[in-house]
Design a protein around this ligand. Structure first.
Ligand code: SF4
Length: 268
């Protein structure tokens, strides 16, 4: 049996300040879990509910101290590249929760945590973060989710998120401002722009580019059938796509463990 680490592949702990996410991606794992466990019904996921400032403070108080995070999981000590906190992991940072996000980030950074900011970046949000957190540059890694160079694919799967050009501008700005940058192409939504997309991104990435396929286990069947995606992410296609990416010769490409599991395992 193969296991996947999910967000633990990227950070020691997660931090969130909202429930629901206005991007409303069709493949959203957090939405599927919220629906399954009766926390939020699918149609209401796009209406974000933000935690109060008092709740955020309490949540930070309950976090293990930065050094204690290593004791929670042996994997944390073995992997010095892991940052302390991934923020956010089950919603995005949008204009709606930006002030609270800045508040939470300030508190976390002042307490000495390193923070991986994962977002489908919006210009207004990124401009604000770059401006406010310049002095914490060394403790922040931006990981922008850039799943396709094709806006039609983005609009279909990531309904209300930013489009390709806006995400690229955000990446460029973060890079130019001297922050560490990284990109997640997970799930990559198609492969006809993928290689060119990676080449464009590469210029402005100081760390890793992560690539992963879509995990269908929590995607409603009608979406998968409509675009015939189940056939698209076959083991054979993934092997071919990996060969094409490897042929670029970039040494900062990392494959998510479920990508490698699917290639190395027997499942088609
Ligand atoms: S941005 Fe992330 S949390 Fe928000 S809907 Fe999309 S997949 Fe879900």
């Amino acid at each position: 049996m193969t296991t996947t680490k999910g967000t633990k592949e990227w950070a020691k702990s997660n931090f969130n300040i909202s429930i629901g996410c206005e991007n409303d991606c069709k493949y959203c794992y957090a939405k599927a879990m919220a629906h399954r466990y009766g926390r939020v019904q699918r149609p209401f996921w796009k209406h974000m509910r933000n935690k109060t400032y008092a709740q955020i403070v309490l949540q930070i108080k309950r976090l293990p101290k930065p050094l204690e995070l290593n004791l929670q999981n042996p994997n944390n000590i073995e992997n010095p590249e892991l940052l302390d906190i991934m923020f956010p992991s089950s919603h995005d940072i949008t204009e709606e929760n930006l002030e609270r996000a800045c508040y939470a980030l300030s508190k976390l950074l002042e307490k000495g945590y390193t923070v991986l900011i994962v977002t489908k970046p919006r210009l207004e949000v990124i401009a604000e973060l770059l401006y406010r957190f310049q002095r914490f540059k060394s403790a922040i890694l931006f990981r922008f989710t850039m799943t396709s160079g094709d806006d039609q694919a983005l609009q279909y799967w990531e309904t209300n998120a930013s489009l390709s050009r806006e995400r690229m501008i955000c990446l460029y700005l973060a890079y130019k401002a001297g922050f560490s940058t990284s990109v997640s192409i997970e799930p990559f939504l198609e492969d006809y722009t993928l290689i060119e997309h990676i080449k464009k991104i590469q210029k402005y990435v100081t760390q890793d580019i992560w690539v992963g396929p879509m995990n269908f286990t929590h995607v409603p069947k009608e979406y998968i059938q409509e675009l015939n995606q189940a056939e698209y992410y076959t083991k054979e296609n993934l092997i071919r796509i990996k060969q094409e990416i490897d042929a670029l010769g970039f040494d900062n490409i990392k494959y998510k463990d479920h990508f490698l599991n699917k290639i190395n395992g027997g499942s088609k």
